[in-house]
Design a binder for this molecule. Structure first.
Ligand SMILES: [Zn+2]
Length: 98
């Protein structure tokens, strides 16, 4: 291995378990997300989530980009779980409250 190339691996001393993410994840998912902004993985446009097209059905909903019709979010409810598939969003931006 070429030691002159910096590693992309995170430093082990900075690693915590997933419970350490609780505070920030709560900030991300607790507020009304419709005011947040999503960047579409299909066309790269960033829009307020409340302006996206929602197709609701019995198990949940599909949220599509009004520009390219790409699927940005899928949300499904099963008897014991709520599922979120956000792979159609490059990023989701929520206003900070710090
Ligand atoms: Zn799009």
């Amino acid at each position: 291995m070429d030691s002159s190339v910096a590693s992309d691996r995170p430093v082990d001393s900075l690693r915590l378990d997933g419970n350490a993410a609780a505070g920030m994840l709560h900030e991300l998912f607790a507020p009304d997300l419709t005011a947040g902004r999503a960047k579409c993985a299909g066309c790269g446009t960033t829009r307020t989530i409340g302006t996206l097209h929602v197709y609701s059905h019995g198990m949940g909903m599909v949220v599509r980009c009004p520009g390219c019709d790409g699927v940005i979010l899928r949300v499904a409810r099963t008897p014991n779980h709520l599922w979120l598939d956000a792979r159609g969003a490059i990023s989701i931006e929520i206003s900070g409250q710090s």
